[in-house]
Design a protein around this ligand. Structure first.
Ligand code: FMN
Length: 245
């Protein structure tokens, strides 16, 4: 993979190809028993983590669940819904708790021999100040008060400055990764269904999800079976959602 792959002259995908991929993705609720090969899963995860994400801190993690016994335990936890009978489920977790390690990772994994000074400075000083909310979020509270005064004279970023805002912060980036993941599976000929219909308490226990992590969705993956799509595509008119300024 090139370090700077963007070529603005020749876009890598034609608009028609991208439209076809996106249009063909549907939420599928019935899958065949065919297993999804690990190399396909790995390829899709590699594309998932190419999603844009806040400050490149990559606040996500994924649990790839292939074990039939564990999948069987998940089914009732997912309200016994059909989609959760898939041969593969990926738990997509937002991680508001990994920013500190991620700041260090940026320095450790920097893809050039020298880490530029501005990068070191940002990840050693600016980012830790921005994302550290302190014990019980007290530093965040202090920063919010400080900002009220400091932002009087000039525009300043107001968030994330609380533990709740950190959760939103992590969910934004992780949702983008989840969409990449779905489209990647689609490109391999596998269907998906994102699921938020699950008992979070039981899910946390069953998958041993870290306390600070947020299971934003479970992604069911497999080959589409007959009658896998329940309803025709429906979207509201664009005009309802778009304001042109
Ligand atoms: C965050 C999220 C949670 C969802 N949870 C479920 C779910 O638990 N069960 C389900 O069958 N579909 C679920 N869906 C799928 C939606 O119902 C589906 O995306 C929507 O109806 C539009 O249909 P389409 O994906 O085929 O375009 C979820 C989708 C999202 C984005």
């Amino acid at each position: 993979m090139s370090l700077f792959p963007v070529d603005p002259v020749t876009p890598p995908a034609t608009p028609a190809a991208l439209r076809e991929l996106i249009e063909n993705r549907r939420s599928v609720r019935r899958f065949t028993a065919e297993a999804v090969p690990d190399d396909v899963v790995r390829d899709c995860l590699e594309l998932a983590v190419l999603a844009p994400n806040s400050c490149n801190l990559q606040p996500w993690s994924f649990q790839v669940i292939r074990d039939p016994a564990l999948l069987a335990r998940l089914h009732p936890i997912c309200m016994s819904q059909n989609a959760a009978k898939a041969p593969l489920i990926i738990a997509v977790l937002a991680r508001p708790d990994t920013w500190k390690q991620a700041c260090q990772n940026i320095i450790d994994y920097w893809p050039e021999p020298e880490v530029p000074a501005r990068i070191r400075n940002f990840y050693n000083k600016t980012a830790p100040f921005q994302y550290n909310q302190g014990p019980f979020g007290l530093l965040g509270l202090f920063k919010r008060q400080l900002l009220r005064v400091a932002a009087w004279r000039k525009p300043l970023m107001r968030a994330p400055n609380s533990r709740a805002q950190m959760r939103i912060w992590a969910v934004k980036s992780t949702a983008l990764a989840a969409q990449n993941l779905m489209l990647a599976f689609q490109s391999h000929g596998y269907a998906t269904c994102p699921m938020e219909g699950f008992d979070e308490v039981r899910l946390r226990k069953t998958l041993d999800i870290p306390r600070e992590a947020l299971p934003i969705m479970l992604l069911a993956v497999g080959r589409q079976d007959a009658k896998g799509v329940y309803n025709p595509r429906l979207r509201f008119p664009l005009e309802q959602h778009v304001t042109w300024l």
